[in-house]
Design a protein around this ligand. Structure first.
Ligand code: HEM
Length: 128
């Protein structure tokens, strides 16, 4: 198996990842009901994001944590949902790629998911 090398690889990765997310009813409702994503617009944004994070290309300028705080305001993004998200993400990486970048992308996903959950908990605490 080879490592993640370019944007085509990232496209394959996010495409396969979202197939898993959207076919798992324990999380798919967030993407189909809470935020009605348009997959053909969503996937290229994800590629830009991961390309910046992993391949150092730049081009992603939005506040990712705030985007997820906004989703959480509509429907709670629970620790269970983050666990499911990470499970599908790591599995998709492991099924398709192997190497330094593959490890890096899983580490980044875990650290971002931790940051998002901390912000979500902080916001919740402020409202009490
Ligand atoms: C409970 C776990 C998660 C759920 C349910 C979730 C759900 C979503 C949804 C519904 C969107 C679309 C938002 C919109 O278009 O308004 C989105 C965007 C996105 N998510 Fe997540 N997400 C989760 C965790 C993560 C994590 C851990 C990462 C990063 C490692 C991530 C990366 C992204 C990116 C890059 C976008 C695109 C943002 C943009 O449009 O600029 N997500 N997510």
């Amino acid at each position: 198996m080879r490592d993640i090398q370019n944007q085509d690889d990232l496209y394959l990765l996010v495409d396969e990842f979202y197939k898993k997310l959207l076919s798992d009813t324990s999380i798919s409702y967030i993407f189909t009901e809470v935020v009605k994503i348009r997959i053909e617009e969503h996937l290229p944004i994800l590629v830009t994001f991961w390309s910046q994070a992993i391949l150092g290309t730049g081009g992603y300028v939005k506040n990712l944590t705030q985007i997820h705080l906004d989703i959480n305001a509509k429907e709670p993004l629970t620790p269970e949902l983050f666990t499911i998200w990470l499970h599908h993400f790591n599995q998709t990486v492991d099924e398709n790629f192997e190497g330094e970048k593959a490890e890096q992308i899983k580490t980044q996903a875990l650290s971002l998911s931790t940051i998002m959950q901390v912000k979500i908990m902080q916001e919740k605490a402020q409202k009490l």
